[in-house]
Design a binder for this molecule. Sequence first.
Ligand code: HEC
Length: 103
Amino acid sequence: MDNSFITKFEYGAMLYENPRGVGCIKCHGKGNKAVVIARYKEKDKKTKKLVEKKIIAPAISNVSFKDFVDKLKSDKTESKVMPTYFLTTEEMKSLYYYIKNIK
Ligand code: HEC
């Protein structure tokens, strides 16, 4: 793809918001801190009391590029929450660059 008309940062921003799937931004926010994406109550098997549970999208600005790629290539079955994406290496590089540089 010829993307010389936009900067790497802008391209990464575009992918972060619209990566051919649910935007990363919807769960990870700015990526620099953990985000609670859902809260629910579940009955504890032993105590029979309702306990509050949370689903958290972790901060992603400090993961290594290798872990980042591993995560994005992982199959849906490995995560019950995060969707599976089909991004090229170039796209993952731009995304990673963007996440490292969001203010
Ligand atoms: C529907 C919510 C959701 C969306 C959308 C989402 N994620 Fe996630 N992500 C999660 C959750 C929850 C985790 C925690 C581990 C798990 O459940 O997979 C996670 C984990 C990660 C991790 C691993 C962090 C670590 O500490 O190892 C990375 C990297 C990541 N996400 C990047 C992305 C990127 C990049 C996108 C967009 C292409 C994205 N995520 C979209 C919910 C989401």
